[in-house]
Design a protein around this ligand. Structure first.
Ligand code: ZN
Ligand code: ZN
Length: 447
């Protein structure tokens, strides 16, 4: 069972070679002990069986099943003294022997029930489970204790940031332990490689520290990110410290959260650029990587903040945007409602899009209105799907026009934006197999 999970875990990662980079018994452990909180099946099974002990001690004596057990195995159910259990091979026999199994892992099961042996067998006393503050048995409390005693522990806790995706946390965890499949690490594990140079700069051996810290491409990316957001230090020193110091046990302020997200997006973006070089032969310049890092950071924040973090929200979160005025009209503070609905640029685009669709333009007062309109429009599911694609594409392209202005100093163009929407939605719908028309026909009317 564990070997299947182990193979799946490592096989599912980007390194197809079957190398176990970290002992499975270390991976299963809790994050405080350097693992990924997966937990072992063995501990789970044992803890589930101990639940029967809890039921036997805590439930009412009039329960028929309890009376049956007592009739067969004696007053204490044979739990305390295993020798009194008859039929050792049957289910209850196995349950009673758990304490011996746990003894081998250094756990004295009987002592975890806070009343003594004699008290346990009396009906008047209340039994408490000492691992939970409320005194009630929980499978997870015992499972964790068994895992702590039997799994491989590390003194380095796993850095974990709930503001970034799980795959990124796993990547950072590997990076912290120098277990990334860098060329240097692969060679050390006996893989033959034609060269061990860093694919980003081609001038030094590719170690984890090189790619994530000293590589010239990495330095350039960090320097550019520093210009964008001065909270980021201008040069990268000790990437492990970056990961752990931006890890805030109590959540931290929004500013600190943002910083943590950007730092992690930077490391992830650099690693992805490195993978693209190796696996797709795609070379990314520092500028391209920086743009990807911004998009990633934006995406991760957006998913968690559940709103479009336009300038007002970003300023709230400590990202320094010089101008909190709308990038597109300069007439109002930039918030998602203004940018997507009230801004003159947005109004023009929406007006044109609705005319193109042949839909009487509804009155939108915020972004939610737009999404609600799409969700309930018409009575043909296929057409509704198409309209939703168009609505999303419009929101996306207004956002893109705003970013082009902010990051690339390109003025928003009405015709470019509407052209993008037409092309993008045509591609989406064609890809889904929803349309069999030419793009020219699509251009005239999408329905
Ligand atoms: Zn390099
Ligand atoms: Zn505006």
């Amino acid at each position: 069972m564990e070997s299947i999970r182990n193979r799946f875990f490592w096989g599912g990662s980007e390194d197809k070679r079957r190398i176990t980079w970290i002992k499975w018994k270390a991976v299963l452990n809790t994050r405080q002990h350097g693992g990924l909180n997966i937990g072992s099946f063995k501990a789970l099974n044992l803890a589930l069986m101990v639940k029967w002990w809890w039921r036997f001690y805590s439930e009412d004596d009039n329960n028929i099943w309890k009376q049956v057990i007592k009739a067969i195995h004696g007053l204490n159910g044979g739990l305390i003294s295993g020798t009194t259990v008859r039929y050792r091979g049957n289910v209850w026999g196995r349950i009673s022997q758990i304490k011996d199994v746990l003894q081998d892992t250094g756990i004295d099961l009987v002592s975890l029930f806070t009343d003594s042996y004699d008290d346990l067998s009396r009906t008047s006393t209340r039994v408490q489970w000492s691992l939970e503050p409320d005194g009630k048995y929980s499978v997870s409390s015992l499972r964790n204790l068994i895992d702590t005693n039997t799994l491989v522990s590390s003194s380095m806790p796993t850095p974990w940031d709930s503001n970034v995706p799980i795959k990124v946390n796993i990547f950072l965890w590997k990076a912290m332990r120098d277990r990334l499949p860098t060329r240097d690490n692969l060679v050390h594990r006996g893989i033959n490689l034609p060269n061990i140079l860093c694919p980003l700069c081609n001038s030094a051996a590719e170690t984890g520290r090189h790619v994530l810290e000293t590589c010239s491409t990495t330095s350039e990316v960090i320097a550019k990110l520093h210009l964008w957001c001065p909270l980021i230090p201008p040069t990268m020193t000790a990437y492990e410290d970056w990961i752990t110091t931006t890890l805030l046990p109590n959540g931290g302020t929004s500013k600190e959260k943002m910083l943590g997200v950007i730092v992690k997006a930077a490391l992830w973006g650099i690693w992805n650029a490195r993978n693209n070089c190796i696996f797709s032969n795609k070379v990314s310049t520092p500028n391209v990587i920086v743009r990807q890092v911004k998009v990633l950071a934006f995406d991760w924040i957006k998913t968690r903040v559940k709103e479009i973090p336009v300038a007002t929200a970003l300023t709230h979160r400590g990202i320094l945007v010089q101008n909190v005025c709308c990038q597109l009209c300069d007439l109002a503070p930039e918030c998602s409602k203004h940018l997507m609905v009230d801004c003159n640029f947005a109004k023009l685009v929406w007006g044109w899009i609705m005319t193109w669709c042949g839909i009487q333009q509804p009155q939108f007062s915020n972004v939610q209105d737009i999404l609600d309109f799409g969700a309930s429009w018409g009575n043909c599911p296929k057409k509704r799907k198409t309209l939703n694609a168009i609505l999303f594409s419009t929101l996306w392209n207004i956002w893109r026009a705003r970013n082009d202005k902010l990051f690339n100093k390109i003025n928003a163009s009405f015709s470019k934006t509407t052209d993008h929407i037409i092309t993008q939605t045509y591609e989406w719908c064609k890809h889904r197999g929803d349309i069999d028309r030419s793009e020219a026909e699509w251009y005239c009317n999408p329905f």
